[in-house]
Ligand binder design. Structure first.
Ligand SMILES: [Ca+2]
Ligand SMILES: [Ca+2]
Ligand SMILES: [Ca+2]
Length: 392
């Protein structure tokens, strides 16, 4: 890896400051999960949390109780293990009235499926497994780098889906005719493909590759394995954790004002470094991450970016507006915020330990939660201003 842009490397690293002190903590909410990978809420006023297990189950936590009966169990239709499985879950913005929710999983052939399911008519804590309705599928060349997250944009109501480079030729991330290595953006409330039974969505007219040779579903490009991403529920900003290869773990930002089309560089760049991969040029587009964690930083073990959330809850007002994120292997949490055109990034310490936190999510009030090992945790913070450092 050629470090042609060493000055930027220093800037990205040197920007990480120590919190004074680290105010973050955790509270146990529920346990007994098997390989949990995400947590979210239904937005239906029930205050329930839904934990996605890689093996194919969605589990409900109601009033702090982990219900034994799964909300949905699709273990029979998926391939799980390694980086495959049931990887993501999100609820339709009108879930309270239409009962639709959406999953991202690896099917029996190892390919990606985004499917809609419906809650059962009889029991709010059980979905109807026969309601499966395919939204979108795409082939995966190998078992790794499946991406797998999905969320509705808070402002536009479109479904955004993260896809990795698939573990084969990484240049697919720069190929705008491929859905791999991208964030996709589709409208699930309509169908532009009535003749195609496994393609049931519409293309937003303002997607960046509409009217060009690129795939109309693409929102942003140049990602390697965007395992977890999120939206700021207030501003609509998009935050993407992108799992790196040998050098950097990336956390990328797409402002709500974006028209899409950002290129985050992979595989021509990893973090700020030009890779020298054949077919790449140092002048190629590379929207830099808001923060990047170096694999070679002494005393750390960064290896897998876990994108978090910009805190918008009410319990810890000192965290308001801070983007919280972590790394699966190392376990250190970070808080970042944008001041003018710069990002300040603070090391908040290790809350749970390494090889623990696989995903984060919000409850209906915006309180931040994480899944770690077999548990569901609430992230806690200070009651007062987070930093007394003159930045306020
Ligand atoms: Ca169709
Ligand atoms: Ca096109
Ligand atoms: Ca990048």
């Amino acid at each position: 890896m050629t470090k042609l842009l060493f000055g930027l490397v220093s800037l990205l690293c040197g920007n990480i400051l120590m919190a004074q002190p680290a105010f973050l903590g955790t509270e146990d909410v529920a346990g007994g999960f098997s390989s949990p990978v995400s947590v979210t809420n239904a937005g239906d006023g029930s205050d329930r949390l839904f934990v996605t297990q890689q093996g194919g189950q969605i589990k409900v936590v109601e009033n702090g109780v982990h219900l034994p009966t799964p909300f949905l169990d699709i273990s029979g239709v998926i391939t799980s293990g390694g980086e495959r499985g049931l990887l993501g879950l999100t609820f339709h913005p009108n879930y309270a009235s239409n009962g639709f929710f959406y999953v991202n999983y690896t099917d029996a052939q190892g390919d990606t499926v985004v499917a809609r399911y419906s809650v059962s008519a009889q029991d709010a804590n059980v979905a109807d497994p026969a309601s499966a309705f395919t939204i979108l599928t795409f082939e995966q060349p190998f078992g790794s780098h499946n991406g797998g997250d999905l969320h509705f944009g808070p402002a536009d109501g479109y479904l955004y889906i993260s896809s990795g480079d698939g573990g084969g030729d990484p240049m697919v991330s720069q190929n705008t005719t491929s859905l791999l290595g991208k964030i996709l953006r589709i409208d699930v409330n309509s169908d532009d493909f009535p003749a195609e039974p496994d393609r049931n969505y519409a293309i937003p007219a303002d997607n960046p590759f509409v009217g060009t040779g690129g795939a109309d579903e693409i929102w942003v490009t140049g990602l390697r394995n965007p395992w977890r991403f999120s939206f700021d529920r207030v501003s609509g900003d998009l935050f993407i954790g992108d799992v790196g290869e040998d050098s950097w773990e990336e956390f990328n930002h797409v402002p709500a004002t974006s028209m899409g089309g950002e290129n985050f560089g992979w595989p021509c760049f990893e973090g700020p470094d030009f890779s020298g991969v054949q077919g790449c040029d140092v002048t190629d587009p590379n929207t830099l991450p808001l923060a990047a964690l170096s694999h070679t930083e002494p005393g750390t073990n960064y290896c897998t970016a876990v994108g978090g959330y910009r805190y918008r809850g009410q319990d810890y007002l000192g965290l308001s507006g801070w983007y919280l994120f972590t790394d699966w292997c190392d376990g250190t949490f970070f808080a970042a915020r944008q001041v003018n055109n710069n990002w300040q990034v603070f090391n908040m310490g290790t809350l749970v330990g390494g090889f623990a936190v696989t995903g984060m999510g919000e409850d209906e009030n915006g309180e931040l939660h994480a899944v770690a090992w077999s548990g569901l945790l609430k992230i806690t913070g200070p009651d007062d201003l987070i930093f007394a450092d003159g930045f306020e």
